[in-house]
Design a protein around this ligand. Structure first.
Ligand code: G6P
Length: 608
């Protein structure tokens, strides 16, 4: 989704801004642009397409500007073309704005501004911001932005430049994240840490309804209502190599291969074998409060929603607490019932997904205790929650989530054990589950060695146009996630179903051109899943089974088998998803798809 980078300092701004934009490419975008101040001129270049096209346009133009703002756009209002790309300028060409988010009252404001004589060049909602700032500009760009932003409703993260005040970049936020980075005699602003991590690790996040005056020496934050805010800088621990490919062809495959380490990181320091429970101090809940929980709602989007479904199966089965899993986009408008004892978990890799954030705020408003399960430290959801658990997966760059998914499941497993041990689970059972979790990184490592075999299998099926994924119980959400991975990155149509549900519709689709991936590991429903496989075979469907090592019998029933290590059901989703991630990845590569940045998708969906 849209990305912002801004710079003010003593170095040449253009290379810093372009490099920053490239670090944001993974978020998904369709156009890019840049505005800089130099020798009393405001220059801008913008274009539909990739950053490489923008670079091409900048070639041969020597800029020595030390102040600038830049943007990658993911279209919401107006098609992705050169005119709609950011930055946008006011009528005088002296004020430039880049914007993430959506201005909801832009039509009304546009009418008002047109009556005042402003001329609009694009179809975007963003352009009204430039004209509003121009309307209120009276020699002080910070105050003009403040007045302008107090008139808009919707979401925004913006950076603004004014030719008349070259020593200042103004940033403001409501709903779209912005982080300020402090260097030595230079200051950065970005929508995502990765854009500035190569330059500084000392950062401060803007909160909603705040505005920052950014100069070479630092920044001053105040609220939109002009109340000064003191914000300490924090030191970030992520490093630059963590956001680079490290020899892999794509971020996605690098991230799939990181899972033994990232799952270990999610568990680190949290396994209490002595007492057969887990330690999750970040939840900020006392023993009594944890015991008092009588209902859990998990809210999330996309892959995180699938992790939530696995959480539901785990918590209900082991801790015996009723759980509902809600799409955040539905939850936020549903007037959810929140009672005393209801806890809401918001699961989000980025911690910035607009719907999940809104769902969390809705739950909070209704009196629920809200807890975040996030990856990005300091993200909005993490900050807005009463407590939570970081998954510690490190930066996830591939748009299709992989390592964050398994880390989310690992954390939900720890929460399950914690809650279950306060209820009816024995110490021995707690220890048994902890041991199983603790073995997962090693088992994942062994499974990843089958990458070559899975790649060969991918070659056999990569020309298929439809896929079904089936699983039961805990492996039903795994089937959903396997199907989502495939459709996201290879554009093959894929659907996940509970295996037995196939009879109620999808079976009509099965013929000899329909590959069906069936998770058929040795668990309580194994025999039932085998019956489902027979039903597919009877209709000449092609079956790829995910089966437990040593299950010889299944080989004779299906076309292909990927064997996974034996696990207890509690941890089986953590293992079973890995071959499905690899299968999707290889098929997408074989089909020539841009795996890390699939068309139309964004890493972090910061608009509704
Ligand atoms: C986007 C991404 C998905 C992700 C979802 C939720 O759709 O493409 O990979 O699962 O957002 O994101 P979150 O950051 O809240 O987990």
């Amino acid at each position: 989704m849209c990305g912002i980078v801004g710079y003010i300092g003593k170095q040449e701004a253009v290379p810093i801004l372009i490099e920053g934009l490239k670090r944001l490419e993974y978020r998904g975008y369709d156009s890019a642009g840049i505005a800089i101040l130099e020798n009393g001129c405001l220059h801008f270049e913008k274009t539909a397409g990739k950053i490489a096209v923008l670079e091409e346009q900048l070639k041969g133009k020597i800029f020595r500007a030390t102040t600038g703002i830049a943007h990658t756009r993911w279209a919401t209002h107006g098609v992705p073309n050169d005119l709609n790309a950011h930055p946008h300028l006011d009528c005088t060409g002296k004020i430039a704005v880049v914007h993430n988010g959506i201005i909801e009252n832009f039509r009304g404001l546009k009418g008002f501004l047109e009556k005042r004589g402003h001329i609009f060049k694009s179809d975007t909602d963003t352009e009204i911001i430039c004209h509003l700032v121009e309307e209120y500009y009276d020699g002080n760009i910070v105050e003009a932005v403040r007045t302008a932003m107090s008139q808009v409703t919707g979401t925004y993260g913006i950076a603004v430049l004014s030719l008349d005040e070259p020593g200042v970049v103004v940033a403001a936020r409501h709903g779209s994240p912005l982080v300020i980075g402090q260097g030595d005699g230079e200051t950065f602003v970005a929508s995502d840490l990765s854009a500035i991590l190569g330059h500084t690790k000392r950062v401060a996040y803007l909160e909603d309804m705040e505005l920052a005056k950014i100069t070479t020496d630092g920044f001053e934050i105040s609220t939109i209502e002009n109340v000064p805010v003191t914000r300490e800088l924090q030191e970030i621990s992520w490093t630059l190599d963590m956001i680079e490919k490290g020899g892999y062809q794509h971020f996605m495959i690098k991230e799939i291969f990181e899972q033994p380490v990232t799952i270990r990181n999610a568990l680190r320091g949290r396994l209490n074998f002595n007492e057969g429970t887990s330690r999750l101090n970040g939840l900020n809940l006392q023993f009594d409060e944890l015991r008092h929980i009588n209902r859990i709602i998990i809210t999330a989007c996309g892959t995180s929603w699938h992790a939530g479904l696995i959480g539901e199966y785990l918590i209900e089965e082991y801790a015996r607490i009723p759980v509902e899993v809600e799409y955040a986009s539905e939850f936020r408008y549903r007037s959810p019932i929140i009672n005393d004892g209801t806890v809401v978990f918001a699961v989000s890799q980025s911690g910035e997904t607009a719907d999940t954030l809104a769902a969390l705020r809705e739950a909070k408003r209704k009196g629920a205790t809200v807890l975040g399960i996030c990856n990005v430290v300091g993200s909005t959801i993490a900050r807005d929650s009463d407590g939570g658990v970081y998954i510690h997966a490190g930066p996830e760059i591939g748009v299709a989530s992989t390592k964050a998914f398994t880390s989310q499941i690992a954390v939900l497993s720890l929460i399950t054990i914690l809650l279950a041990r306060m209820r009816n689970m024995s110490t021995d059972e707690g220890v048994r589950l902890l041991e199983a979790l603790n073995n997962v990184p090693e088992q994942a490592e062994a499974l990843l060695e089958k990458d070559k075999e899975i790649k060969e299998l991918a070659a056999k099926y990569s020309s298929a146009e439809n896929f079904l994924y089936l699983g039961r119980g805990l492996n039903f959400p795994v089937a959903l996630e396997g199907a989502l991975k495939l459709k996201e990155i290879s554009y093959i149509h894929a659907e996940g179903y509970p295996a037995a549900e196939m009879k109620h519709g999808p079976i009509a689709l099965i013929d000899d051109r329909m590959p069906v991936v069936v998770i058929a590991v040795k668990d309580a429903v194994y025999d039932k899943v085998i019956s489902n496989i027979e039903e597919i075979r009877a209709r000449r469907g092609r079956v790829i089974a995910i089966a437990t090592e040593g299950d010889i019998r299944i080989r004779y029933l299906v076309d292909d088998v990927i064997y996974v290590p034996h696990t207890i059901p509690f941890v089986s989703p953590l293992i079973n998803i890995i071959p499905l991630q690899l299968l999707a990845y290889h098929m997408a590569v074989m089909r020539g798809c841009p795996v890390d940045q699939p068309r139309n998708l964004a890493k972090s969906v910061t608009v509704e």
